[in-house]
Design a protein around this ligand. Structure first.
Ligand code: ATP
Length: 375
């Protein structure tokens, strides 16, 4: 468990935040520019000491009352927006620097870091000869080799172009799948958060608005996320089978099974799916003749009116309504015509189910054609 609470004033900015998140997986600190995300990250690293603060990381108290563990005594890896590599050193020497800074027990080995981030081929390069994405991979490797108990990442992709972002995201997903080190990841890009985060801390105006598992937060009617222009549900599931003839995989999710384009890897492999609300329609009966592969029973949990004569319907998969959260954006006219109500059983027809991580773990890459969602 990671428990953090910081309070103080920076110039005219008032910070008053408190959250408790799991001591594993990726926690995203998400919110608009200037809401205090970086300030919280710096306070966690001990780079900023706020007048009132409490920080406990998996049983170790780094700040409480008069106790304040200085930054160099905290086993933290910090990755910034722009990779701050030593320009006079090669990639390998930059990595060795991380290793020399290691504190405490070894949690991750040299070979594992090099392999996970694919940085072996870059070893002899001067850092000036690296692309933006390569520089960030080396910076992440250096941070990991310092054997952190907690990895802090401050918008690590925001300085990269689209191509470099797409190149580096699969590496972050591999780290996520392979390492047990908790990560706190600052971002104001919801697509990145939907793809990577397990837990979301939603910030605004120096406060924590809410914190919890990503899937529940995206569908929470009390939060602004559901009113984004293109809301989506994310659902984590396990591969059940693959069908090479049709190029499809079946994924078991809470409350049902979904058919997804592509070979998603071996049976049991965990994958994250993203289902945009605009790709879900609702009916009272299972469709008879349709090209749609996914039509699942679901219970209506509620409905939020939207501007433009639309309604965002909150659903839970399964006839018992106990499964994964799903969103459907439908016209107000269809909502009224079908006379739908909270608690009712409907059939959710999913026009598109895509992987949230369209570039899957590198060991199970599928062909580009198979990555696109289909009906
Ligand atoms: N040392 C400081 N002195 C005065 N004001 C500060 C200081 N550090 C941060 N601030 C102010 O605190 C507010 C929050 O800044 P912070 O960088 O934490 O926001 P952020 O959410 O990370 O923003 P962004 O997404 O743009 O990076 C801003 O208004 C900033 O100007």
């Amino acid at each position: 468990m990671i428990g953090a609470a910081f309070r103080g004033r920076l110039g005219s900015f008032d910070l008053d935040t408190a959250f408790e998140v799991p001591g594993q997986g990726i926690t995203a600190l998400f919110g608009p520019s200037g809401c205090g995300k970086t300030t919280v990250l710096r306070a966690i690293a001990g780079l900023m000491r706020l007048p009132e603060g409490r920080l406990v990381v998996n049983g170790e108290t780094w700040q409480e009352g008069r106790r304040f563990v200085p930054p160099h005594r905290r086993a933290i890896g910090y990755v910034f927006q722009e990779a701050s590599l030593f320009p006079h050193l090669s990639v390998e020497s930059n990595l060795r620097f991380g290793l020399r800074r290691s504190r405490g027990a070894a949690r991750i080995g040299w070979d594992e870091v090099v392999d996970l981030l694919g940085i072996g081929p870059l070893f002899d390069r001067p850092t000036a000869m690296l692309s933006g994405g390569e520089r960030q991979r080396v910076a992440i490797g250096r941070a990991l080799l310092s054997q952190p108990q907690l990895l802090l990442m401050d918008e690590p992709l925001s300085a990269l172009d689209r191509f470099s972002k797409d190149e580096i995201l699969p590496y972050l997903e591999r780290l996520h799948a392979s390492l047990s080190i908790p990560v706190i990841y600052v971002s104001h890009d919801i697509a990145e958060v939907e793809r990577l985060a397990d837990t979301l801390v939603l910030m605004g105006g120096g406060r924590v608005r809410a914190a919890g598992p990503i899937a529940a937060m995206l569908a929470d009617p009390a939060l602004p996320l559901i009113r984004m222009p293109q809301p989506a549900a994310v659902i984590d599931g396990a591969v059940v089978s693959t069908d090479p003839v049709y190029g499809l995989s079946e994924v078991e999710v809470p409350g049902g099974r979904l058919v997804v384009p592509g070979d998603l890897g071996p049976r049991g492999m965990r994958r994250r799916l993203r289902i945009p609300a605009s790709d879900v329609s609702l009916g009272r009966h299972a469709p008879l003749d349709t090209t749609i592969l996914n039509a699942l029973p679901a219970r209506i949990q509620g409905a939020e009116p939207e501007p433009g004569h639309q309604v965002t319907v909150r659903l839970a998969l399964g006839a018992d309504g106990q499964g994964a959260a799903l969103l459907a954006r439908v016209s107000r006219k269809s909502w009224d015509r079908l006379n739908l109500r909270e608690g009712e059983l409907v059939v959710a027809r999913l026009k598109a189910v895509a992987l949230a991580d369209p570039a899957p773990p590198l060991s199970t890459r599928v062909t580009p054609a198979a990555r696109t969602a289909t009906s």
